[in-house]
Design a protein around this ligand. Structure first.
Ligand code: BES
Ligand code: MN
Ligand code: ZN
Length: 500
């Protein structure tokens, strides 16, 4: 889907030759006497174009217009949230096979960069089709979107960022939507290598031998039960001076989570193909970085494997040694995400990062706590938490801060190891975060639990591409902020010892 900006007034918009026009209509009728003006004035006067953002009125071959289909949609105050809703409704009504070129007329509303971005994202979202394993699916017909605005010059940033976000979200959706037999750890690593072909990204892929040499006993324990070999993907995007401390993104890459020996029930187990949603969001963010090229350094770390039951699989009660040197009693093999992330977090320290953010479909408890609206945000660092929260608000990809009181870690105590991998059922999203925190002593760290937001269930089953918009927004904001003095944690918790 190609998106371009055009400076158009209302008269020119009516003359614009696209297959369809989607006209964003403000609450107050704009002044003028062109065919566009009179159509809008009449629609607003009658009761056919109801009040309310996203309400529509469709016309076919109206006099004075070049486009065959013209849809008027109410855009309210034209803020980002209203535009997202209005464009989603409009494109939903227009995504028929005949519409390859859409004219999105935003000349009559007061649209800013954030609004343009939201509109571009909404067009993409409403027209997305997954075709990789479904030959009978009709691919997206929409190939070209021309956004008509009063002054294209002032909206260049919104266009660039909107395009990059769409590229990132669609990359993440593609990989998260693929079934586990079309998205093995090896295939994810190949996708990461392919992203490096453009030249701005560098990808290294480590296999079982190298991961063993690093001492990642926790990550290795999860992969043991699978015939698919694990991969540890390390990506670099360099947009700033080499010496600038990077942001490190760590994505959970469980390509299928059966639960292991602590086997999950059969119902909806297919959805555990989405358990690499964190990894997909890191890949998607890198795809977006390659397009936008912001002035920042970013490292992406993806521990990826399957969680399977098998004769070789790790058993409840087994004790493993993590890269940090801390030992872990694996009481429940279904709490595997934290086991692969903890070693990746230990690895992250070597980059002396300005911040580390891990992204994981980590707990069903987070779905219970926050549903599908907001991702769970955990950080002991108030500034980092505020920055991520704000990035989510700006990008329309919301999250909500959760607590990290040390009392929540009580249940992780073990008689046989430095910690257990699970606590009780209560506060499950928080105890999972407390587990991860034990591996972040030297880091400015935040954790995003995206178990409720990375995909939709039911008839609309599919990946959402979240939280790529939040992450990209955070990195854009971060590229415009001076680096924090030293990458140090907000408060001292029990230290993670590193080997050697
Ligand atoms: N991948 C799941 C988390 C999950 C569950 C995400 C349901 C979305 C929907 C994770 O690996 C898991 O199984 N977590 C367990 C942890 C428990 C054993 C402490 C859970 O949430 O039940
Ligand atoms: Mn699990
Ligand atoms: Zn999982």
């Amino acid at each position: 889907m190609n998106v371009e900006l055009k400076t158009l007034n209302a008269e020119q918009a009516a003359d614009f030759a696209a297959d369809a026009l989607l006209v964003l209509v403000p609450d107050a009728a704009p002044k003028g006497d062109s065919p566009m003006h009179s159509m809008i004035a009449q629609a607003l006067k009658g009761s056919d174009l109801e009040a309310g953002v996203g309400k529509l009125l469709t016309a076919y071959r109206p006099a004075g217009f070049k486009a065959a289909r013209v849809v008027l949609v109410r855009a309210g105050q034209a803020d980002a949230a209203s535009l997202r809703k209005a464009v989603a409704a409009g494109v939903g009504a227009l995504k028929g096979p005949g519409v390859a070129h859409l004219g999105l007329v935003a000349s009559l509303v007061a649209i800013d960069n954030a609004g343009l971005r939201a509109a571009i994202q909404a067009v993409a979202e409403a027209s997305y089709v997954f075709t990789t394993t479904k030959p009978s699916a009709k691919p997206r017909a929409l190939a070209r979107v021309s956004v008509g605005v009063a002054d294209a010059g002032s909206l260049r940033d919104g266009l660039r960022e909107g395009r990059a976000m769409v590229a990132g979200v669609e990359f993440a959706k593609e990989w998260a939507n693929r079934p586990a037999n079309h998205a093995t750890p090896t295939m994810l690593a190949e996708a990461a290598k392919k992203l490096a072909r453009g030249g701005v990204i560098k990808t290294d892929v480590l296999g079982p031998k190298q991961v063993e040499a690093l001492g990642m006993g926790s990550f290795m324990a999860v992969a043991r039960g699978s015939a698919e070999p694990l991969r540890f993907i390390v990506m670099h995007y360099q947009g700033a001076a080499k010496a600038d401390a990077p942001v490190v993104l760590v994505g959970k890459g469980i390509t299928f989570d059966t639960g292991g020996i602590s086997l999950k029930p059969a119902a909806e187990m297919d959805e555990m193909k989405f358990d690499m949603g964190g990894a997909a969001s890191v890949l998607g963010t890198f795809a977006a970085l390659a397009e936008l090229k912001p002035a920042i350094n970013v490292v992406g770390l993806i521990p990826t494997c399957e969680n399977m039951p098998d004769g070789l699989a790790v058993k409840p009660g087994d004790v493993v040694r993590s890269m940090s040197g801390q030992t872990i009693e694996i009481l429940n093999t279904d709490a595997e995400g934290r086991l692969i992330l903890c070693d990746a977090l230990s690895y992250a320290a070597r980059f002396k990062p300005r911040a580390v953010v891990d992204i994981a479909t980590l707990t069903g408890a987070c779905v219970i706590a926050l549903g599908a609206v907001r991702s769970g945000l955990f950080s002991a660092d108030d500034a980092l938490a505020a920055q991520l929260h704000q990035a989510g608000e700006s990008a329309g990809d919301l999250c909500w801060r959760m607590p990290l009181d040390d009392e929540y870690a009580e249940g992780l105590k073990s008689n046989f190891a430095d910690m257990a991998n699970v606590a009780g059922r209560a506060g499950g999203a928080i105890t999972a975060a407390k587990f991860l925190q034990k591996f972040t002593a030297d880091l400015r760290w935040a954790h995003l639990d995206i178990a409720g937001t990375a995909w939709k269930s039911g008839a609309a089953k599919g990946a959402t591409g979240r939280p790529v918009p939040l992450l990209l927004q955070y990195l854009i904001d971060e590229s415009q902020r001076p680096a924090p003095d030293a990458a140090k944690p907000a408060k001292a918790t029990r230290g993670a010892r590193r080997k050697g």
